[in-house]
Design a binder for this molecule. Structure first.
Ligand code: SAM
Length: 228
């Protein structure tokens, strides 16, 4: 079965299971070739609904988690998004396909900023995004994303793909009033996925959604590397 057909079947499964609920997210996940974001020797597993190792002890998240987080982010074309934890670059491409769809004119495109602390992963993500055709809508930055990326703030949405002990204050600051953040919060080994809303008057409302398990956010407002 070719990758396109495998992708179609995976998206149908995620719709049936309730992870994909909107046409926007379905279309985006049908368009982004996940096989270009996994290590070559694991390509045959690209459309299994499972996380896969990408080196440096990190993972590309399972497709159902990418679908769920993208739905919870409640994105629309034109939005500016910050992703913390680039990893392979796959989720950034899916976010980009929603806020800057390939079939919309560029004037209507939003932009995705994605930040990764491990330079080698960021370098590979740039390569993956280039091959998949998303570098025109995604900017990859190397740094400690627990501090956000103030250079391009404020953001309509922030998606954090590594687990934090608490909501990092700089991320709240860099969110627009009325903006939303999707973030796993908890201990290093067990977390809950939250949707955090910053109301128009600057208040914070956090809603727990589901249990989850992510690699830790390592940084000033996350965990320290040596306590890992
Ligand atoms: N979104 C990724 C994808 O589509 O492949 C998967 C992300 S992986 C589950 C989490 C990533 O967060 C890892 O690549 C890890 O190195 C990165 N990370 C952890 N702490 C970070 C921090 N403080 N700033 C930026 N990236 C961080």
């Amino acid at each position: 079965m070719d990758f396109r057909e495998q992708r179609r079947r995976l998206v149908e499964k995620l719709i049936r299971e309730g992870y994909i609920r909107s046409d926007r997210v379905a279309k985006a996940m049908l368009r982004v070739p996940r096989e270009l974001f996994v290590p070559e020797e694991l390509r045959h597993l690209a459309y299994e609904d499972t996380p896969l190792p990408i080196g440096h002890g990190q993972t590309i998240s399972a497709p159902h988690m990418v679908a769920l987080m993208t739905e919870l982010a409640d994105l629309r074309p034109g939005m500016r998004v910050l992703e913390v934890g680039t990893g392979s670059g796959y989720h950034a491409a899916v976010l980009a396909e929603v806020v800057a769809p390939s079939d919309e004119p560029r004037e209507k495109w939003g932009k995705v900023y994605t930040i990764e602390r491990i330079p080698e992963l960021a370098r590979r993500a740039v390569e993956n995004l280039r091959r998949a055709g998303y570098l025109d809508r995604v900017k990859v930055v190397v740094g400690d994303g627990s501090k956000g990326y103030p250079e391009a703030a404020p953001y309509d949405r922030i998606v954090v793909t590594a687990a934090a002990p608490d909501i990092p204050p700089p991320l709240v600051e860099q969110l627009k009033p009325g903006g939303k953040m999707v973030i796993p919060l908890g201990t290093r080994y067990y977390q809950t996925l939250y949707v955090v809303e910053k109301t128009r008057d600057g208040k914070i409302k956090a809603r727990p959604v589901t249990p989850c398990l992510f690699v830790p956010l390592i940084g000033e407002y996350g965990w320290s590397e040596d306590s890992y």
